[in-house]
Write a protein that binds this ligand. Structure first.
Ligand SMILES: *Cc1c(COP(=O)(O)O)cnc(C)c1O
Length: 377
């Protein structure tokens, strides 16, 4: 049995929301073995990574009040760690839900037995801010609000600044799932006043999968002590080990992934930081949407609600259209697109984050134009 992938499984352009296409130099950074408790790794790699994440989160200052914990696993592990560690026994969480990742937070809250209320907005609507304000006014028991920033289900960018302002005004703690936006969409975490901002290695920072991270206000992190509903996902314990032992991970660190991430952070800086990356993603997304419209495809969401990260398109209504066949034709040309995830509309999705340029989007559009088999047959 050969476990080495053949050429056919390599060199796709991943037009997905992560894992995504990374640079060769990010992948090459993994060609070293590090010791999980050695200073070269902890002081030389982990601590600079944590400091850089605070710097990215606080572009206009205020970073001194924030700290970072890195945690093994995919993004959902980190979301579960934060929800399970931030709320005291009698605290209550308001979950804003307008997509699969909002629903995942609801599921986490249910499994962990948290007190929570769900604000179900439907999958294609932005949260109603007036309704949220009324909810916060009428239910003094709500201590925390959790919301996804970019809802990767549809590509919708939720109104983070407005929701953060509501939380500040009503004195509630804000937890943001910024998984598919942090590093690719400008964000000033101290100005938002958010308590916890969550993301992972394999999204807009353009690293490889294996861990996620939390940017936390120091006072909010301190309050997590002793609250966790899990040993391995105890956010405070994870942070405390890193903070007091200078970058030490509590359990085995995904060392190679962290090396790749450190390189990805250098490349983000070399690109010109978050602002420049945001411009590239926006250019990619606009080119994609304009080109797709010319080819007869419609977006699920209006442009005003859109993030520059991923776009959901309605499936062609032609009776011969099948996602699987369309997907395979594009895959044969080395492009991997993403199935839809909206329950009430037939869609497919195309992401444009990762090592993807406007020239790649042009190549993709040419491939899509040639793959509309339902127009030919
Ligand atoms: C990717 C993503 C997650 C985490 O998903 P995993 O499969 O656990 O990595 C959570 N929220 C959002 C908005 C995401 O895009």
């Amino acid at each position: 049995m050969s476990l080495i992938p053949d050429a056919k499984t390599q060199d796709y352009l991943l037009l997905t929301p992560g894992p995504l296409s990374t640079t060769r130099s990010v992948r090459a950074a993994m060609l070293y073995d590090s010791c999980t408790w050695d200073d070269d790794y902890n002081l030389g790699v982990v601590e600079p990574v944590r400091a850089e994440l605070v710097r990215l989160a606080a572009p206009n200052g205020g970073g001194d009040n924030y700290t970072v914990a890195l945690l093994q696993g995919s993004g959902s592990y980190v979301v579960e760690s934060v929800l399970g560690s931030a709320l005291a026994g009698r605290d209550k969480l308001l979950i804003v839900n307008n997509g699969a990742y909002g629903s995942r937070m609801v599921e986490i809250a249910r499994v962990l037995g948290l007190h929570y209320v769900e604000m179900d907005c439907g999958e294609t609507s932005a949260p109603n801010l007036a309704a949220m304000a009324r909810l916060l006014e009428s239910d003094a028991g709500i201590s925390h609000v959790a919301m996804v920033h970019c809802e990767t289900t549809t590509g919708m960018l939720n109104p983070l600044e407005e929701v953060a302002a509501l939380c500040r005004r009503h004195g509630r703690e804000l937890i943001v799932d910024a998984m598919s936006s942090f590093g690719g969409v400008p964000m000033d975490v101290p100005a938002l006043g958010a308590s916890f901002v969550i993301s992972s290695a394999n999204k807009c920072i353009q690293g490889v999968p294996g861990f996620g991270f939390v940017i936390a206000r120091r006072d909010a992190m301190a309050r997590c002590q002793g609250r966790a509903r899990s040993l391995a996902l105890d956010l405070y314990a994870q942070w405390h080990a890193m903070e007091t032992q200078h970058g030490k991970w509590r359990f085995t660190s995904p060392t190679h992934t962290v090396l790749a991430f450190a390189q990805a952070l250098r490349e983000l800086d070399a690109e010109g930081g978050v602002a420049a990356r945001y411009q590239r993603y926006r250019q990619n997304q606009r080119k994609l949407v304009n080109g797709m419209r010319e080819l007869g495809f419609d977006t699920l969401l209006p442009d005003a609600q859109h993030s520059p990260v991923i776009t959901a398109f309605h499936s062609p209504s032609h009776p011969d259209y099948q996602f699987k066949r369309f997907y395979q034709l594009l895959k044969d040309k080395r492009f991997v697109i993403y199935p839809g995830k909206v329950s009430r509309a037939d869609c497919f999705r195309i992401g444009n984050i990762g090592d993807v340029s406007p020239a790649d989007v042009d190549r993709l559009l040419t491939a899509i134009a040639a793959s509309r088999y339902w127009l030919r047959d």
